[in-house]
Design a protein around this ligand. Structure first.
Ligand code: NAI
Length: 693
């Protein structure tokens, strides 16, 4: 064979020097993923070239953005049961085994993203080279989906890199970039763009000895040494994640402890282990979270107008961070505050954020230069986007917006970062009320992926579209919300925080309240969260939400007493906890929480989510789950509060709420929306069905 040939997903060429070039180029897709079909087609090509073997084989990608982004995650949702998963994985392993067994040199010639199954394919080649630019990322992120590499990656990564580096790649799921990949031995060579083919050819000519882990690393895999390394790895894992919540990292360590990344048994063990993991609730839910993230990304509208020049008013906690983040993401940003003395410190904080986030000094300097003070709002008339982030005070915001309106361009996106005020009230003084949207960022802006995009029935659809497009431009996940007190996330968080405070007032130790929520799977406990948000802010938002919903506020003396003493949380150095160097000093919690505490905290939150579903604050149950996962970090392995309720059984949860209502008060009364959830009449696009076992 000579010239280019192939099926829908691979192009193949055998050149005059008898080198076979295999381009991954998945049909109808901008990125390559390793679906079963793609693997089958690769298998057929490998079979066809095997006899007689060519002088060398080079695997590369026909896509601009990278090599292979990983497995086809949508395919994962169709896996039914452990046997089915095993067959799929085993078949994939066999294809890469065939590649690894070719008697000629094989080269993975990489660029852009090389992730998951893509990196496993590269590991099955004798050599790996890559275009060493900033777009190059190599990683094994499977653990973030509740599984582990399944195409030989748990074995070959240890053989190539040694247990220390391979475990770091697999257990954190974090990718590495060019220089680090070369240093670890994941790559043999880095080359300039355009030099990939020549470098691959050169390796086939030279045939250097293939890399393998250095001796001191190989020693760690020896059978007598392994149990000690295993114990230390497991102890470190236990500090980070509980086995029953996140079994995959433990499975990775155990596979290595059992087989030492050696022999056919290691591959078979890997396939059996991942097949088992596929059937866990954790994997099911984490895959669901991944797809929810994709759904939010897909909700971003297209905006024909540019969204490059951004003006932020209010240089406080939020405004300064939003401004810095927008500059970091490429916007030209001006920052204004009534108190002009606050601008310099706000810009300094913004530059710190940029320096922390942007590795390359030149890029950090350029981003910092895009962020400027504008004490008198001179750039208002030119701005594509204006974000109001002044104090949470209705009259102040109204006055500001009314004064702004005549000065801004007709097509300028006007947004408020209000965390609780009803948009229809805020817009009352505007001549074009439909133009104002809520763009509710979360604190800290750099870390929190969600932005609530808030509208009323009267909001211009174009303004909402521009707002969600802008959120994506800032690499955030837009969640469309209906304007109502607290929108989605704060509305749901309030009863959760308040319940924690009521428990504190009853004398439950603060650290025990937090430990109970963390045991459930929350990233931080509610007491610490209140300190981070600020006790004054929590109280203020709590009041606005309660008033807006016409509900009585629970007696929160524990909160008010602290506020009166100036103990406002992390920002003032003390709230519920003392804070030192950004960390809460927590006393050791007693081991056993009081009866009902976990359900009191979690089910009051879940009940509020059901109320939001009934009131259509977000369009469906999946979006509510997404909002809570990306806006609060709600235990991702549980798939979101409503998925959790479904998994526990709706009638069981309702019964439990009734029991809590009898015992602790009306606030636990099950919402009328439970019937809706039970009937499944909400939109239910993604796999919210229970996992297949
Ligand atoms: P902050 O109190 O830290 O900052 C507000 C800033 O606005 C101050 O620097 C103040 O001088 C300035 N300001 C007040 N009136 C002004 C006016 N008329 N013109 C120009 N500047 C004026 O407040 P923070 O926490 O940054 O909150 C700002 C907004 O963001 C509020 O609407 C709040 O509800 C919302 N928000 C706050 C979050 C938080 O965790 N702090 C989270 C999400 C939203």
């Amino acid at each position: 064979m000579s010239g280019t040939d192939g099926g829908p997903n691979w192009r193949i060429e055998r050149d005059d020097e008898d080198i076979v070039w295999l381009w991954a180029d998945k049909a109808d897709s901008s990125a390559n993923v390793l679906s079963s079909e793609v693997l089958r087609e690769l298998d057929a090509h490998l079979e066809a070239i095997r006899l007689p073997p060519p002088r060398g084989v080079v695997v590369l990608s026909g896509k601009q953005n990278g090599f292979i982004a990983g497995a086809d995650i949508k395919e994962f949702t169709r896996i039914s049961g452990e046997d089915n998963a095993y067959r799929l994985i085993h078949a994939g392993q066999a294809v890469l085994d065939r590649l690894a067994a070719l008697p000629c040199p094989t080269v993975a010639a990489l660029h852009g993203f090389v992730l998951g199954g893509g990196l496993e394919l590269a590991l099955a080649c004798r050599y790996r080279i890559a275009v060493g630019d900033e777009r190059l990322v190599l990683g094994l992120p499977e653990v973030q989906l509740g599984i582990h590499p399944g195409f030989g990656g748990t074995v070959r990564s240890v053989q190539l890199l040694g247990v220390t580096a391979a475990m770091r790649l697999m257990l954190t799921g974090k990718p590495v970039r060019a220089a680090e990949a070369l240093r670890l031995g994941l790559l043999d060579r880095l080359v300039e763009a355009g030099a990939l083919r020549a470098a691959a050819r050169a390796l086939i000519e030279e045939r250097p000895a293939p890399r393998r882990a250095p001796l001191r690393q190989r020693v760690l895999s020896w059978a007598p040494v392994r149990p000690f390394v295993h114990a230390s790895l497991t102890a470190r894992l236990a500090e980070k994640a509980r086995r029953e919540h996140y079994p995959a990292p433990y499975a990775i360590v155990e596979l290595w402890a059992r087989y030492g990344a050696h022999g056919q048994g290691a591959f078979e063990g890997e396939a059996r282990s991942i097949a088992r993991l596929f059937t866990t609730d954790t994997a099911h839910n984490l895959i669901r979270v991944f797809l929810l993230q994709d759904r939010l990304k897909g909700l971003a509208g297209r905006c024909p107008a540019p969204l490059d020049r951004v003006h932020v008013i209010g240089a406080g906690v939020m405004g300064a961070d939003i401004a810095a983040w927008a500059a970091l993401r490429g916007c030209q940003v001006t920052l204004q505050d009534r108190a002009t003395g606050l601008l310099d410190p706000a810009l300094a904080r913004g530059r710190e954020l940029i320096n922390r986030r942007v590795r390359e000094p030149n890029k950090a300097i350029a981003a910092a230069e895009r962020l400027r003070a504008d004490p008198h709002g001179e750039s208002v008339g030119e701005a594509d986007v204006i974000i109001e982030a002044i104090v949470e005070d209705l009259e102040a915001k109204r006055a500001l917006l009314a004064a702004l309106e005549p000065r801004i361009r007709a097509d300028c996106l006007l947004a408020s970062n209000t965390s609780s005020l009803d948009l229809s009230v805020l817009t009352a003084a505007l001549r074009r009320p439909g133009r104002l949207v809520g763009l509710h960022f979360f604190n800290p802006v750099a870390q929190m992926p969600l932005v609530e995009v808030v509208g009323t029935p009267g909001t211009d659809p174009q303004a909402l579209q521009a707002a969600s497009a802008f959120a994506r431009k800032l690499d955030k996940l837009p969640l469309p919300c209906r304007s109502a007190p607290g929108f989605l996330v704060n509305r749901v968080l309030m009863p959760y925080l308040q319940e924690a405070m009521l428990a504190a007032a009853e004398g439950v130790p603060l650290a025990l309240i937090d430990a109970t929520a963390i045991d459930f799977g929350m990233p931080v406990g509610p007491v610490e969260l209140a300190d981070v948000v600020g006790l004054d802010v929590a109280e203020h938002v709590g009041q606005i939400v309660a008033q807006g919903l016409g509900r009585p506020l629970p007696p929160l003396d524990v909160l008010r007493e602290r506020i009166a003493l100036g103990k406002l949380g992390r920002k003032s150095g003390e709230g519920f906890y003392l804070w030192r160097e950004g960390k809460a000093l927590k006393p050791t919690a007693p081991p056993v929480p009081p009866v009902d505490l976990c359900d009191r905290l979690i089910l009051i939150l879940v009940n509020e989510c059901v109320a939001c579903l009934r009131e259509e604050i977000a369009a469906d149950a999946d979006l509510i789950d997404a909002g809570l996962i990306f806006g609060t970090g709600f235990a991702p392995f549980r798939g979101g509060p409503l998925a959790y309720a479904r998994a526990r059984g709706i009638s069981a949860v309702v019964e439990r709420l009734e029991h809590l209502a009898g015992r602790y008060g009306e606030r636990f009364q099950p919402d009328a929306g439970w019937a809706l959830l039970a009937a499944g009449t909400d939109h239910n696009g993604l796999g919210t069905a229970p996992p297949t076992r």
